[in-house]
Design a protein around this ligand. Structure first.
Ligand code: CDP
Ligand code: MG
Length: 887
C-alpha cells in the first residue's frame, strides 16, 4: 500500500512552519498532506467491499479500533444492530453510496468538507459511519455541533433510534440541558457548548472527531470553531493524539473554508454528495404583495389544498407570530378536530395570592445610601453558553438547481378532494420540542400535512412528504448599527440561495411545486447569498471568549470571514471599560496605539466574566453581585434580561371581535401587573429591571405554572428558561466559590430598599456605555427632542419605550438594556441612575476638570458636562468614544 505509506511518511516529515503571528499561544502544527480522497488501491477496495459485505450480512466481530490508523491497516468495524425498516430507509439516502469515499478521505486527511443537499443524510449518517469505523471505540468520542438547539436535540434522538442505542450512548448537550453520560460515544451539541469546552480543555482531548454541521449557516460560533479547530488539530497531531475535523454544509459554497490560506494552508478535500432531488417547478406571483404576505400565503395554501393532488404543504414565513396567525386561519378554514390540542393547563395557581405574598414583606427603611465597591467581585464559574437562533442565515449555493419555471397546476382543473381535512402544524425554533417532533410523524390518515414554519425548515430539519412549498420570500433578521449598537428586527428579502433552498424542500420525495409570493423581477433583485452573521453583529462576547483562550490578537485570528476592524475595536474598547481587558498604554504613535488597542490582554476579572454564559455587560453585573446579598437578585435580573422577551405580546392584530376584546383585557391585566411589579419609591427607580425581578419573583412564588403565566401575561417558555438559567448561574457560582453560598430561593423575598440601590449601581456598572441623559426643557432647540434622551454616541434623540415602568417618570439619567428602532429609537430595559454615581462607578467614561473647558450645551455637542451634586466636583462624561484612526 504505497500510496498510504507515502502519505503518512509525508505527514510525519513535513516541517513545522510558524504562521506569521497568528497569536501568542496558538501554535501552528505541521500541515497534513492532502491527497485525493477518491483514489483507492485494489487492496483497499477489497477491504472496503468485504466490510460492506459483512456489514450487510451483519456478521462481523467487534474489534477495537485505533482511530486515524493509516489506510494500510484493515479498517475496523463496530457493528450496529439496526432494525430492518431503518436499514431500508438508510439505504435510500444518497450519502450511503459515498460512505467509502468519505471514510477514506477522513482517514487520509485531518480536515474534510462534505457538501450535500438538505435531507441527503449528512447529520444522521456521518456520525454513524464514524462510529462503525471505530472512531468512538477508543478513548475519544464523536462530537457534532449544530447551530440550533432544535437540531442538536432532535438529531441525537434520531441517531440513537437509528442505531438502536440508548440515549446514554448517543446524547446531546445544549445550554440548559443534556443527557450526556460516561457511556456517551456520539454527542450532539450546540456550537456554543463546544466553544465553552475549548475554554476548559483547549485540545478537546475527549474527542477523536469533531463534526461541524450546518456550516453554510455561517453562525458566529461555527465560524470561530472552525478557526480554532484549524489550529487545534495540527496541535493534536503533533502530540500524537490525532483528531479529525469534518465540516458539513448544505451548499457547495465552501470557499471561505477551503480556499482560506489563513485557515488551511492545503485546501481540504471536498466531498460532494449528490442528492436525489426531484424537479421542482417554480411559480412566481405576477405581483408582489408588499404588506400582507401572510394573507397571500393563506390564499395560496387554501388554493393548493383545494385544487392539487395529495402531498404535504410547507409554508415559509418570517416569525413566530406570523406562523401562529396563519395556523389559526388555516385551521379555521379547514377544521381538523383531533389535532392541535391546547397547551397543558394542568396546574392551579392562585396568582393574586402569590403576588400578595411576594409583595408582602416590606422592610424598614434605611437612611444611608449604600455604595457598591467596584473592586469587590465574586469568583465566577465556568459553564456552557449557546444561543438558539430563530432566524438562520443561509449562505447557499444555487448549483445544479433543478428549478424550472413551468405550468402552474393551479391554473388547471380541480383535482383534489376539498373535503380532506388539513393537518396544520407550526414549526419554529422556540416551539416546545414535543410540538416540533410532530412534523416528523406522518399526518393522521386521510389528512393533508401543512407545516407553517420559519426558516428553521430551510436546512436544519427535513420534513418528510412535502410536495408544495409556499415561500413568502422574506426573512426576519436582527440588524445592528455598528457604531451605536442600536438593534432592530427587520423583515427583509431573503437571498436567492435561501429561496432556492426553500424551493428544494418540495422535491425530496417526488417532483414538487414551489409557489413564490413575489415576482421573478423581485427575485432577480435578491442578493445571491446572505452575509455571514459575524459581519453583522457586535462581537464583544466573542472577543472576550477568545481572549480567555489567550488569543490576544483577535484581529489575526483565522476567521472564515473576519468581523470588521471597527467592530473589533469597539468590542475591545467596551471590554477595557468593563475592566475585562487591560487598558492599552496611552503613549506611542498612532500605529502602535492602534496595535495595542487590538491586542489588550485579559484581566483576572475578564477571566471570571468569560466563564459566565452571558454577555460581558451582564457578566460584569454578576461579578459585582455578591455585595449586600444582592447576588440572587442580580442572577434573576441577568437571567431575565438574557432571555428573549419575557412578556406576551398583546399588541398583535386581532382576528375577530372576540379576540380583540380578549386581547384588550389581557393587555390591561399585563399593564396592571407591570405596575405592581415595578413597585413604588426606591424599587420603581430600578425601573424595568424591577418589573422583571418582580415578574420572576411572583412567578416562582406561584410555582412557575403555565396557568400563572397565562393569567399574568408572561411567556411560560421564557419563565422556564429563566428558571433554568438562574439555576445554572447559581450552581456555577457555588461550584467555584462555595463561600458565596448563593442558592435559588423559589420564595425569594423582594429586595430591601438598600439592596435596590445596590442593584441600580451594579446595573450602572455593567451598562455604563448605555447611559442616557434627559434633555431638559430649557435646552430644547428642536421639538423632536421633547421627552428625548441624549446618548454619548448618537446625534438623534432616543426615547423611553411606552411599555417601560419609567415612561412617565422620565428620570434625568438612565441606563438602558438596548435600543430598538421601531417607529422611533426606543430604549428598553430602562433603569434610573443618580448623576453622582457616574464619576464613582464609571470613571473610565469621565474626565475630571473644570467645567469651563466644556462650555457648550452637551445635548447638541459631542461632549458634555454633568455637574455633580457634591460640592466642587465637576466632571465631564466623554460623550464621544475616541474615533478609530484610519490607516
Ligand atoms: O443532514 P441532512 O440534511 O443531509 O439530512 P439528515 O438530517 O441526516 O436527514 C436524512 C433523512 O432522515 C431525511 O430524509 C429525514 O427526513 C430523515 N429524518 C427523519 O425521518 N426523522 C428525523 N428526526 C430526522 C431525519
Ligand atoms: Mg443536517
Amino acid at each position: 500500500d504505497e500510496k498510504a505509506e507515502e502519505s503518512s511518511d509525508l505527514d510525519s516529515s513535513s516541517d513545522d512552519e510558524d504562521e506569521d503571528e497568528v497569536n501568542n499561544t496558538l501554535e501552528v502544527g505541521k500541515e497534513m498532506q492532502t491527497s485525493s480522497p477518491c483514489q483507492k488501491t485494489e487492496e483497499e477496495q477489497k477491504v472496503m467491499e468485504e466490510q460492506q459485505k459483512s456489514k450487510q450480512d451483519g456478521q462481523c466481530e467487534k474489534t477495537f479500533a485505533e482511530p486515524n490508523k493509516p489506510l494500510s491497516q484493515p479498517a475496523v468495524f463496530i457493528p450496529v444492530d439496526r432494525s430492518p425498516e431503518i436499514q431500508e430507509a438508510r439505504l435510500k439516502l444518497p450519502i450511503l453510496s459515498e460512505e467509502q469515499i468519505i471514510m477514506e478521505a477522513v482517514r487520509e486527511n485531518p480536515f474534510v468538507v462534505i457538501c450535500g443537499e438538505t435531507g441527503s443524510g449528512k447529520t444522521t449518517q456521518v456520525p454513524q459511519f464514524l462510529y462503525e469505523a471505530g472512531y468512538a471505540s477508543g478513548d475519544g468520542i464523536i462530537g457534532i455541533t449544530e447551530p440550533r438547539r432544535v437540531a442538536a436535540v432532535n438529531m441525537s434522538h434520531r441517531v440513537a433510534k437509528e442505531m438502536n442505542l440508548s440515549t446514554r450512548v448517543v446524547s446531546y448537550q445544549i445550554r440548559y440541558e443534556g443527557n450526556v453520560t460516561d457511556e456517551t460515544k456520539i454527542k450532539f451539541m450546540t456550537d456554543g457548548v463546544l466553544l465553552k469546552e475549548i475554554q476548559k480543555d483547549f485540545l478537546l482531548q475527549k474527542y477523536s472527531v469533531i463534526i461541524i454541521d450546518e456550516a453554510h449557516e455561517r453562525s458566529v460560533y461555527t465560524d470561530i470553531l472552525i478557526g480554532l479547530l484549524s489550529r487545534i488539530i495540527p496541535l493534536r497531531n503533533k502530540k500524537g493524539m490525532p483528531m479529525k475535523l469534518l465540516v458539513m454544509s448544505a451548499t457547495l459554497r465552501v470557499e471561505d473554508f477551503t480556499e482560506n490560506q489563513k485557515l488551511f494552508r492545503t485546501p481540504p478535500p471536498v466531498i460532494k454528495v449528490d442528492a436525489r432531488q426531484f424537479p421542482v417547478t417554480v411559480h412566481f406571483n405576477k405581483r408582489t404583495p408588499l404588506e400582507d404576505y401572510t394573507g397571500e400565503a393563506f390564499h395560496k395554501t387554501c388554493k393548493i389544498h383545494r385544487m392539487l393532488p395529495p402531498g404535504g404543504i410547507l409554508v415559509f414565513l418570517t416569525g413566530q407570530l406570523e406562523v401562529h396567525t396563519l395556523c389559526k386561519r388555516l385551521r379555521k378554514a379547514f377544521p381538523f378536530r383531533k389535532g392541535n390540542p391546547k397547551a397543558g393547563e394542568d396546574e392551579e395557581a392562585d396568582s393574586s395570592e402569590a403576588m400578595r405574598k411576594f409583595k408582602k414583606s416590606k422592610r424598614k427603611k434605611t437612611v444611608s445610601l449604600p455604595q457598591i465597591d467596584l473592586n469587590n467581585y465574586s469568583v465566577l464559574p465556568v459553564d456552557e453558553g449557546d444561543e438558539d437562533r430563530e432566524a438562520g442565515i443561509g449562505d447557499e449555493e444555487d448549483e445544479g438547481s433543478d428549478l424550472d419555471i413551468g405550468d402552474d397546476p393551479l391554473d388547471a382543473e380541480e383535482t383534489a378532494d376539498p373535503s380532506i381535512p388539513l393537518y396544520v402544524l407550526p414549526l419554529y425554533s422556540l416551539l416546545a420540542p414535543e410540538q416540533q417532533a410532530k412534523v416528523f410523524r406522518p399526518p393522521p390518515p386521510g389528512t393533508r400535512l401543512c407545516v407553517v414554519a420559519t426558516n428553521v425548515a430551510e436546512t436544519s430539519l427535513t420534513i418528510p412528504g412535502i410536495k408544495y412549498v409556499v415561500d413568502c420570500g422574506r426573512v426576519k433578521k436582527r440588524f445592528y448599527d455598528r457604531v451605536t449598537g442600536v438593534s432592530s428586527f427587520k423583515v427583509t428579502w431573503t437571498s436567492q440561495a435561501s429561496a432556492n433552498q426553500r424551493a428544494g424542500r418540495a422535491g425530496r420525495t417526488e417532483p414538487g411545486h414551489c409557489y413564490r409570493l413575489y415576482s421573478s423581477a423581485v427575485f432577480g433583485d435578491f442578493s445571491l447569498f446572505s452575509e455571514a452573521e459575524i459581519t453583522r453583529r457586535p462581537v464583544e462576547d466573542l472577543v472576550l471568549q477568545m481572549k480567555d483562550l489567550n488569543i490576544d490578537k483577535v484581529v489575526n485570528f483565522p476567521f472564515p470571514t473576519s468581523p470588521s476592524a471597527e467592530a473589533l475595536v469597539a468590542a475591545e474598547q467596551l471590554l477595557v471599560s468593563l475592566g475585562a481587558l487591560k487598558e492599552p498604554p496611552r503613549t506611542g504613535r498612532v500605529k502602535e496605539m492602534q496595535q495595542a488597542r487590538l491586542s489588550c490582554p485579559i484581566t483576572p476579572l475578564g477571566r471570571a466574566m468569560a466563564s459566565f454564559p452571558v454577555a460581558p455587560r451582564y457578566a460584569k453585573m454578576l461579578a459585582l453581585g455578591k455585595q449586600q446579598d444582592c447576588l440572587p437578585y442580580v442572577i434573576a435580573v441577568v437571567a431575565a434580561m438574557t432571555v428573549r422577551e419575557i412578556f406576551e405580546d398583546f399588541d398583535r392584530p386581532a382576528q375577530n371581535e372576540d379576540e380583540s376584546s380578549k386581547l384588550t383585557q389581557r393587555r390591561a391585566r399585563l399593564t396592571h401587573m407591570r405596575r405592581l411589579w415595578a413597585g413604588q419609591g426606591a424599587s420603581l427607580l430600578l425601573g424595568d429591571l424591577m418589573v422583571m425581578l418582580g415578574a420572576v419573583g411572583a412567578c416562582e412564588f406561584a410555582g412557575c405554572t403555565p396557568r400563572f403565566c397565562e393569567d399574568n401575561g408572561l411567556r411560560y417558555k421564557a419563565m422556564v428558561e429563566i428558571r433554568k438559567l438562574r439555576g445554572q448561574l447559581t450552581n456555577a457560582v457555588n461550584a467555584v466559590c462555595p463561600e458565596v453560598g448563593v442558592f435559588v430561593d423559589p420564595k425569594m423575598a423582594p429586595p430591601t430598599e438598600h439592596q435596590v440601590v445596590c442593584l441600580r449601581q451594579i446595573v450602572l456598572a455593567g451598562l455604563g456605555d448605555h447611559l442616557a441623559r434627559r434633555v431638559q426643557t430649557e435646552d430644547l432647540v428642536d421639538p423632536k427632542w421633547k421627552n428625548g434622551y441624549k446618548t454619548p454616541l448618537m446625534d438623534e434623540p432616543v426615547f423611553i419605550h411606552p411599555s417601560s415602568a419609567l415612561f412617565k417618570k422620565l428620570p434625568d439619567f438612565i441606563v438602558y438594556q438596548e435600543i430598538m428602532e421601531t417607529s422611533k429609537m426606543y430604549m428598553k430595559g430602562v433603569s434610573a441612575v443618580e448623576a453622582e454615581w457616574v464619576p464613582q462607578l464609571l470613571p473610565q467614561y469621565c474626565h475630571f476638570g473644570s467645567p469651563l473647558d466644556e462650555p457648550s450645551p452637551w445635548f447638541c455637542s459631542s461632549t458634555g458636562t454633568i455637574r455633580c451634586h457634591r460640592p466642587s466636583t465637576f466632571f465631564c462624561v466623554s460623550w464621544q468614544l475616541p474615533a478609530v484612526e484610519k490607516e
